[in-house]
Design a protein. Sequence first.
Length: 133
Amino acid sequence: MSSKGLRALPDEIWERSALTTLRLASNQMDKLDERIGNLRKLETLVLDSNKLRGPFPEELLALTSLTVLSIMSNEIERLAAKMDVFQRLKELRCSDNALQVSLSLSHTLCLSVCLSLSLSHTHTLSLWAGDRT
């Protein structure tokens, strides 16, 4: 479903609960339907080159079976505080975003299982242990 000019996911996607791979690169989506969290068997999700803005899409936190998550070339500003839900994640690609990346201990624990992490072209990168409130 890449390069289709999609602004939203078509309704037939929600009928495919056994879907394991969803490639939505190079579309026009500026937000995700909250129902994407119902696709719990997704292992690979590619959202590169869309128009996603702001913080990491919280809807994706329900996708705990992900092994590959690619959100490159959007305008995402920060990763979710609860990235540790992605225990199976092997690749996290988030380069070419507006990221102001601050990695807490929970991010680090999640990312320690990743085999590949792409953060090139981030605006700021800082690391800390513990909770920053």
